[in-house]
Design a protein around this ligand. Structure first.
Ligand code: PEP
Ligand code: MG
Length: 764
């Protein structure tokens, strides 16, 4: 096997390991074998003792695990950690840092190669191989160890975040049901306290919660029935397909059936059930173990058999779960938790019982988050380190402002959050009074506060908050709700409802902005870099049949209302804009001149959300009726930070000086061309940013309805001159944290600070 093959199969095995201890064991075993050395060990950093502790070994005395501990800089292992680079020695004993641990039997090993395990710049551990004879490990061995370490880093970081690492060092801490905090991406603001209900895709072997059997006899019976059903299915498939299968393939089905027998998988599972595990848990554990064994086989044919075992595993699990579906109960404070919660999951749940949602995968713009926003359910997405499988039934707090999930919250934590909920309630009641007040600065300058919509529900909320208009209607949202592209008439009805709800106030309909992270289930796009790929107007221009239908539907929908504005997303060059405009005007001319519709010519605008458009803002402004800044995308493209990737979420700064300069350049450029400009990214709904934007010259802010009254409240407390001074000063600073500090110190009135104190940290 080549090193690359070994690496691949190690990674595969690691991925199918059931727990963290299993991961460590796989690594030491496999690395020792691949490098043909005497010893492979992993030392992990214990955050409590601040030492690197021997956590797994193949070759040293197993009793030494947990007992050999080295501080950073101490011994060779500590030296690797302190220097954060590999150390390769052919005579370890001669090195001044060599530390001797008799309990390890280490004196037999003269050669030493250690590589640090680094995640996000922190040394989490050290991976070591040792050899009895004196020899220098060659470059390829060193590179191999570094590669394995890099792969291990993510797994260790995950174990650390999920508490498995603590368990490794001091199991008692983990067992005492203590509080755990996990980080994700706050996707729908708000706080909820409730009980986690695990939502799993049916028959997902890796999502089965670890449950003991309540009644062993019943579990055995359940298992027997599931096996019988599966065998019956397999035989049925076998006879249905018998004419189309050759002998070997037919034999495969027989193998499947016999694998379920008592002397094979069936027997293994029964032993575990009798030992006290539920049928589902026992079955998934046995199957996962077998998948792992097959995946690590050197023979490609046998490796492929892992797929068969997985398939068989799913079939039986499906039957085991059937009996459970009807029993699933949703408490009145349900917090849905899952690996990849999706909108269809809501179909099985009584939505009125759901107070919060958490998904390990997905992003702020995922379909689920969009629905969560519409329903006002605090939601955290992208909680990649969440041990969702273990949280079923667990008390949980969801903090949708900061993107936190707190499992097993302490009394103190609960008190803090209950107080926050109470504060939010009081604030919401106070803000309610501003609903019918005009949106003016304290020196009576009007600032238009518009809303971003997409669903009927958020439009209703927007009207309730007294929005002055719609700055961004995301037409792709109703497209998500279909199973194919909606027809012209279906679209017209949806758009007309929106235009009618807000008339005579303006409604800005953005043409389809799919691609990036917004894939339509019926129009999948596979790309390596979707945000830099086929998105927004690029798709519309490549598919005029889709674009023209949409434009017709939008314009026909506006008949009699005269409040339509059309907005084109993702403009990155002039020819693109001109082609889109040409199609818009063509549709308008056809509808009015040829088909006799009585339509006011809609205003047409371009989104400024790609850095290229900032530099060409005047060229764009000359050609359109208005501009709208998409600061969400502008931030991600300007700073090269994926807006949905939780790993780089710390770098997504809407107070970044470069972004502030870009925003200023846009508003100045637009003014020089006498072109109205608004901003519809999330920052427009952040109260402090709103002041900054007004100070720069923005007079139309479009935001999600939930933030509207807060923004109105803060703007009513500042004059234009104060906002301008703040903006000027903020723009002289060279780092987002300085901007934030400066703004923090600028507002001292508690009536103002309470409007943003929770949302501020995440947008800095
Ligand atoms: C933006 O990019 O800022 C924007 C408003 O559009 P979306 O979030 O839909 O990409
Ligand atoms: Mg955008």
């Amino acid at each position: 096997m080549t090193m690359l093959d070994s690496l691949r199969s190690i990674v595969q095995e690691v991925n199918s390991a059931r727990d963290f201890a299993g991961v460590l064991q796989i690594i030491v075993k496999r690395v020792r074998k691949t490098t043909a050395t005497g010893v492979c060990s992993i030392y992990l950093h214990d955050p409590v003792s601040q030492k690197y502790v021997l956590a797994a070994t193949e070759g040293l005395n197993p009793e030494a695990v947990g007992n050999i501990q080295l501080a950073s800089g101490e011994g060779l292992v500590g030296l690797v950690a302190a220097k954060a680079e590999p150390i390769n020695l052919d005579n370890a004993e001669a090195h001044p840092n060599f530390a001797f641990f008799p309990e390890s039997g280490e004196e037999r090993f003269r050669s030493f190669l250690g590589a640090p395990v680094i995640h996000h710049r922190k040394v989490l551990g050290v991976l070591v191989v040792q050899q009895a004879e004196s020899r220098r490990f060659d470059e390829s061995e060193e590179a191999f160890l570094v590669t394995v370490s890099a792969q291990l880093a993510g797994v260790i970081a995950h174990a650390s975040a999920t508490g498995q690492l603590t368990q490794q060092f001091s199991p008692d801490i983990a067992k005492s049901g203590n509080e755990r905090i996990f980080k994700g991406v706050g996707s729908v603001p708000g706080i909820s306290i409730g009980t986690a209900v695990l939502v799993t895709s049916p028959a997902d072997l890796y999502a089965v919660p670890h449950r003991p059997a309540e009644n062993i006899e019943e579990e055995l019976e359940l298992f027997q029935t599931a096996l019988e059903h599966t065998k019956r299915d397999l035989r049925a498939v076998h006879s249905d397909l018998s004419e189309r299968l050759n002998m070997e393939e037919r034999a495969l089905f027989d193998v499947y059936v016999s694998m379920l027998d008592d002397n094979s998988l069936g027997g293994e599972v029964r032993i575990l059930i009798k030992a006290g595990l539920s049928a589902q848990t026992a079955w998934s554990e046995v199957i996962i173990e077998h998948i792992r064994n097959f995946s690590s086989m050197e023979d490609a044919y046998l490796r492929e058999r892992a797929t068969d075992v997985r398939d068989l595993g799913r079939r039986v699990l499906g039957y085991l779960q059937q009996s459970q579906v009807q029993q699933k109960e949703y408490p009145p404070d349900t917090i849905l938790i899952g690996e990849e919660l999706a909108a269809p999951n809501l179909a099985d749940v009584s939505v009125e019982k759901v107070v919060g949602m958490v998904s390990a995968k997905g992003s702020r713009n995922s379909h689920l988050a969009i629905l969560g926003r519409a329903m006002g359910i605090p939601t955290v997405m992208g909680a990649i380190d969440l041990p969702w499988r273990e949280l079923d039934n667990c008390p949980v707090i969801v903090d949708g402002h900061q993107g936190l999930i707190i499992a097993n919250p302490s009394r103190q934590m609960l008190r803090t959050y209950k107080a926050q909920i109470q504060e939010e309630k009081i604030l919401a009641e106070d803000l309610e009074r501003l609903r019918d007040e005009p949106s003016l600065t304290s020196d009576n300058q009007p600032i238009a506060l518009w809303v971003n919509t997409g669903l009927r529900l958020d439009s209703l909320l927007s009207l309730d908050r007294g929005a002055d208009g719609v700055g961004l209607y995301r037409t792709e949202i109703p497209f998500f709700m279909h199973e194919r592209f909606p027809s012209e008439d279906e679209q017209r009805k949806i758009y007309r409802e929106q235009l009618e709800m807000f008339a005579p106030r303006p409604v800005t309909m953005r043409t389809l902005d799919i691609g990036g992270d917004k894939a339509l289930p019926y129009f999948p796009i596979e790309e390596a870099n979707p945000f830099l790929g086929w998105r927004g107007v690029r798709i519309s221009l490549d598919h005029p049949e889709i674009f023209l239908v949409q434009l017709r539907a939008i314009m026909r929908a506006s008949e009699g209302f005269d409040n339509l504005r059309i907005l084109i997303p993702m403009i990155s060059n002039i020819p693109e804009l001109e082609s889109a405009l040409e199609l818009v005007y063509r549709v308008y001319d056809e509808l009015t001149e040829e088909e006799g519709y009585q339509l006011k010519r809609p205003e047409v605008g371009a989104m400024i959300e790609v850095p290229a458009a900032v530099y060409q803002v005047r060229d764009i402004a000359k050609r359109v009726d208005f501009l709208s800044v998409g600061s969400n995308d502008l931030t991600q493209y300007l700073l090269a930070v994926d807006r949905n990737n939780p790993r780089v979420a710390d770098l997504y700064h809407t107070y970044h000086p470069a972004l502030l300069q870009a925003l200023k350049a846009i508003v100045d450029g637009a003014r020089e061309e006498n072109c109205p400009v608004s901003i519809c990214g999330e920052m427009a709904g952040d109260p402090v940013s709103a002041v900054l934007l007004v100070g720069m010259g923005y007079r139309v802010l479009s935001m999600s309805a939930t933030n509207l009254l807060r923004v109105k409240a803060i703007l009513r407390k500042v004059t234009i001159e104060q906002a301008q001074k703040l903006a000027l000063r903020a723009m002289e600073l060279d780092d987002s944290s300085h901007v934030l500090e400066f703004l923090e110190s600028a507002f001292t009135d508690p009536e103002i600070t309470r409007l943003y104190s929770r949302s501020r940290a995440k947008s800095a």
